[in-house]
Design a protein around this ligand. Structure first.
Ligand code: CP
Length: 318
């Protein structure tokens, strides 16, 4: 694994696949500095004063959109929130024209969520400003993986050598892909589990272990990351029904009893209680679901700071 580089040289954050372990660790180190800003009485720093951040969300979001908005405000940026429903996309305008019109208002950073894989990469080819991927189709959700691995590192002290099981709909999940890249780069052992239609063996080529035996997948796990069924991206039914899914793959109280006493339970949200995870496990003391959300704010402050030219934790002003 590389040592942490002194500076960040990327204008965009488009994926985890192209990042090095050292760059991921630099984001984590910068995140830690911004988390301490969030614990102050005055939670703002002027790092993005005079800059304009556009939240371009063409797909629904609760956590990511609000987290990026608050992150930009904490950095003293001006923030424009754009949603597809209230825009001229509804009148047939293309994404390219919409983005170029926003750029004409001198926007500096574009945060985009889109149902099409590659939409952020497309924008990055012609926009002068920075582009940050907030989730593109089933491809990647880089800031989710950065906040997930940051949370693991904070709770366990390290990521390397840990057994991390990702359980659920892997095939249609951008969270899974970004997490797999980040965890493997940081030296974790990644096990994928779920119905065979949603966890094809092709993922073994990335360096993951694939199993369809959920009890075995969770027994040796230091971290279990639950994923919901991504109905919105599935073109046909991938398993007989939700009841059967829960009985075979759901993290129930009985299954939880098989896990290590210090296992971390994670979920990117939104949670479907009673489907992939029982309500009492989602809220139990081993669950770090809400800590993930808290850490997400600091991760997104770090990402906005870095793509705007910040060099790392040492560059954060008072
Ligand atoms: N985890 C996540 O991306 O949640 P949202 O869809 O609410 O942003």
């Amino acid at each position: 694994m590389n040592s942490t580089p002194a500076v960040w040289n990327r204008k965009h954050l488009l994926d985890i696949e192209s990042l090095s372990a050292a760059e991921i660790q630099l984001v984590h180190d910068t995140t830690r500095a911004f988390r301490s800003v969030g614990e102050r009485a005055i939670k703002k720093v002027p790092a993005l004063r005079g800059k304009t951040v556009v939240n371009l969300f063409i797909e629904p979001s609760t956590r990511t959109r609000i987290s990026f908005e608050l992150a930009a405000m904490r950095l003293t940026a001006d923030v424009i929130n754009f949603t597809a429903e209230a825009s001229s996309l509804k009148k047939g305008e293309t994404l390219k024209d919409t983005a170029r019109n926003l750029e004409s208002l001198n926007a500096d950073i574009f945060i985009i969520r889109h149902s099409a894989s590659g939409a952020p990469h497309f924008l990055s080819r012609f926009l002068r400003g920075s582009v940050v991927n907030a989730g593109d189709g089933a491809h990647e959700h880089p800031t989710q993986a950065l906040l997930d691995t940051f949370t693991i590192r904070e709770k366990k002290g390290h990521v390397a050598g840990l057994n991390v099981t990702i359980l659920g709909d892997i095939l249609y999940s951008r969270v899974a892909r970004s997490n797999i890249w980040a965890l493997l780069k940081l030296g974790a052992h990644v096990t994928l589990c779920g119905p065979s239609t949603l966890v094809p063996r092709v993922f073994e080529e990335m360096g993951c272990r694939v199993t369809y035996d959920v009890d075995e997948a969770i027994a040796s796990a230091d971290v279990i990351n639950l994923l919901r069924i991504q109905h919105e991206r599935q073109r046909r039914s991938m398993f007989p029904g939700l009841g059967e899914y829960t009985s075979i793959f759901g993290l129930t109280k009985a299954r939880f009893a098989l896990t290590k006493p210090d296992v971390l339970i994670m979920h990117p949200g939104p949670i479907n209680r009673g489907v992939e995870i029982s309500s009492e496990i989602a809220d139990c003391e081993r669950s770090v679901v809400l800590e993930q959300v808290t850490n997400g704010l600091a991760v997104r402050m770090a990402v906005l700071f870095l793509v705007n030219g910040g060099q790392g934790p040492q560059g954060i002003g008072a």
